[in-house]
Design a protein around this ligand. Structure first.
Ligand code: FPP
Length: 275
């Protein structure tokens, strides 16, 4: 029996984000170099992408290289970058065959020409695909992304292009994840319980799933288990269980003025005063 059989296809998380952690420890346990761990991490990447595409997940974001990862030994950084180039090169055909499009978030301008050009080539080649959108977070950090958005907003206010109050929706448009829904599920491997500067704004309502499994050992079955766990949770978005039950049975919760379960939705009182 596979966890896959317990997944409700009509309640899939639209966007899953993954912090792939534990490559170094996995390699050390085997008496090998950290780079060996990263190389084996590619198998887990392949399995996860394949599982997500097969299930019909719309967005999958992988934290492949954080802004802080530049602080690692140069040899490890170089190995990670060349692994990225070779994996993208080798997997482009598979992405095309599986209707997967590639995108990237992060400060791409700081990547080497070789990495940037391979990345752009794969993004361009897969741009017409309509299935899973695979997003690589590269030279990414949540704080960088937020500060970058603030500076862009400042520039547009100064130039007169922007002259309205900034709402959460407007702010989201200045993030790298513009037009990408917030993740509903975050998976972090290796028994660490942190979000490590990943998608800080976007994870306001994300369900967090932590597993002891080290990233190179992560397989489809682990991915399915995370989704089954997610589907057992009650996502309240600040409401009570009773309100959710009433809404599910078709009743509009007039008493609190709420129009729907999503944080972006306006209350009845707002609608009355604004419309
Ligand atoms: C964290 O493990 C992992 C990384 C910083 C890099 C992840 C990269 C890959 C899985 C390889 C290539 C990726 C793609 C998308 C082709 P760690 O090194 O922090 O492990 P540790 O915590 O045990 O030291």
């Amino acid at each position: 029996m596979s966890y896959k059989d317990h997944i409700s296809i009509d309640k899939l998380p639209g966007h899953i984000a993954v912090i792939m952690d534990g490559n170094g420890r996995w390699a050390k346990k085997k008496g090998n170099s950290r780079i060996f761990g990263h190389q084996n991490g590619v198998t887990a990447v392949r399995e996860t992408v394949e599982a997500a595409a097969e299930l019909g997940i719309r967005y999958l974001t992988l934290y492949a290289f954080s802004t802080e990862n530049w602080n690692r030994p140069k040899m490890e950084v170089d190995a990670l970058m060349s692994l990225l180039v070779s994996t993208l090169h080798e997997e482009t055909t598979t992405l095309l065959k599986n209707n997967i499009s590639l995108a990237a978030i992060g400060d791409i301008s700081q990547l080497t020409d070789k990495v940037a050009s391979q990345l752009q080539a794969t993004i361009q080649k897969t741009s017409h695909n309509t299935g899973l959108k695979l997003i690589l977070a590269l030279n990414y950090s949540g704080r960088w992304e937020i500060v970058n958005a603030v500076n862009r907003i400042r520039d547009e206010i100064i130039s007169g292009k922007l002259n309205q109050n900034i709402t959460a929706d407007i702010f989201s448009d200045y993030l790298n994840t513009r037009n990408i829904p917030d993740p509903e599920l975050l998976i972090r491997t290796s028994g660490e319980f942190r979000v490590s500067n990943f998608l800080l704004w976007q994870m306001a309502y994300t369900e967090l799933y932590f597993t002891e499994t080290l990233w190179p050992d992560f397989r489809k079955e682990n991915f399915y288990h995370a989704i089954v766990d997610f589907q057992k949770r009650e996502r309240r978005f600040g409401k009570t269980s009773e309100q959710l039950v009433a809404e599910r049975s078709g009743a509009l919760s007039i008493s609190t003025g709420s129009m729907c379960h999503l944080p972006k939705c306006r209350s009845i009182n707002e609608l009355k005063s604004n419309d």
